[in-house]
Design a protein around this ligand. Sequence first.
Ligand SMILES: [Zn+2]
Length: 277
Amino acid sequence: MRDAFGRAARLWVGCPGCGAFLEREVLRRRLGVCEICGHHFPLEPRERARFIFDAASFVPREVRLRSADPLRFASGGYAEELDRLDRESVIYGTAAVLGAPCVVVLMDFGAFGGSLGVVAGELFCRACEEAAAERVPLLAFTSSGGARMQEGTPALLQMAKTLAALESTAGRRPGYVALLCHPTCGGVTASFATAADVILAEPGALICFSGPRVVEQTTGIRLPEGFSRAEEHLERGLVDMVVPRGRQREVLGGLLAYLGGGRSRRGLKAPLIPESE
Ligand SMILES: [Zn+2]
């Protein structure tokens, strides 16, 4: 019986948006978007790279850096977890979208909840420097629970460090686009995620400093439906555009070509707002 349940869970997944059971393979082909209600399931960085970037254009940088575990965070077994995962919450590299080149940062929520630690911060800064050296726009897909508490103050300092890297390279980089994915929280929201020239978000993405449950518990106030979601931030002006996954490639391609001065490996100048808008 347990086997049957396990097999069903591998093949089917419940949608948090509408409660329907969706076939995983169909969901994968639909870029992780529920065909009934449009709920956007979280995506792994490699899955996202597969549908956003031009074929074989994404070249991740292989950087072997490991956190020094400055707090000796023994109680949570942080050092063991670093060994077990053997990857960081930030991946960066070069890529192209509809022919427009960029340096891209992808956050991996599966690695320490996408948290911003010393190594993740350093990788983001290197991406800024590479975008400046290559004179191409920077593109970041954020998904994070916030600063990495296992690293304490050095993790919090990454907020200042990443913003300083953006500032010091601003004159040499032709723009920075951030696409905020569910969830983007804490120190990442309070630093580089919301410091972009153009801030896009996925439908329904939670974008906040403290999560709604924490705010409710602290204030004793029942928060309204949709609190701190992408659509509310669009209404209030933090987010410039909420872009469904099926349109992200064309919107990002247009933006990157525009920011890059029409530079494109195909020699095309993509429109800023796609004609199907
Ligand atoms: Zn659904």
